[in-house]
Write a protein of this length. Structure first.
Lengths: 115, 111
């Protein structure tokens, strides 16, 4: 079945430590790929996107993500986490065949940051 | 430029009532999508409209309906509310089929 999987429901990292959030997708063709962040009770903010080309994409707030076709993954990384990064992170895809641009989201990963 | 705006911010309704949620897209964006986010889950796609035409519909019952107006703003209507309809309803706008920009959401509580 077509799906987006974020294996980690909750991750806790220390401030200043590096971060990697995992995302895997299951589609026949490489979809458009996105990472969004959501603070409590808020809407979603786009961090970065991948459509094609360079597999390492840079986003806002110091985040980056790497697309690996062989692993059907699009993991989000940040070299040094700040306390303000604590939030819920969602990986999302738009299947290439979907002309409507419907976003399909993973379950989300909640990030906590220890001082 | 203003982002996506949604109204109201919060809403409390009783089972069986109906509700109308409103969304104004970013200026220049012609596509509006609606998502439902139940607590602890990722958003689920409900509808997408482009140039006032429905372009996609998610797996939601017919109690859910939407429309887009000539100024590209949109309404989401839900009839015969159930307790399970309690959620954050998110509106997103986009220029085409590229990245979608989300509003702050409307928190609907059904009692």
């Amino acid at each position: 079945a077509q799906s987006v999987t974020q294996p980690d429901i909750h991750i806790t990292v220390s401030e200043g430590a590096s971060l990697e959030l995992r995302c895997n997708y299951s589609y026949g063709a490489t979809p458009y790929l996105f990472w969004y962040v959501q603070s409590p009770g808020q809407g979603l903010q786009l961090l970065l996107k991948y459509f094609s080309g360079d597999t390492l994409v840079q986003g806002i707030k110091g985040f980056e993500a790497e697309f690996k076709r062989s692993q059907s993954s699009f993991n989000l990384r940040k070299p040094s986490v700040h306390w303000s990064d604590a939030a819920e992170y969602f990986c999302a895809v738009v299947p290439i065949y979907n002309q409507g641009g419907k976003l399909i989201f993973g379950q989300g990963t909640e990030l906590s940051v220890k001082p | 430029d203003a982002g996506v705006t949604q109204s109201p911010t919060h809403l409390i309704k009783t089972r069986g009532q109906h509700v109308t949620l409103r969304c104004s897209p970013i200026s220049g964006h012609k596509s509006v999508s609606w998502y439902q986010q139940v607590l602890g889950q990722g958003p689920q796609f409900i509808f997408q409209y482009y140039e006032k035409e429905e372009r996609g519909r998610g797996n939601f019952p017919d109690r859910f309906s939407a429309r887009q107006f000539p100024n590209y703003s949109s309404e989401l209507n839900v009839n015969a509310l159930l307790l399970g309809d309690s959620a954050l309803y998110l509106c997103a706008s986009s220029f085409g089929v590229d990245e979608q920009y989300f509003g702050p959401g409307t928190r609907l509580t059904v009692t």
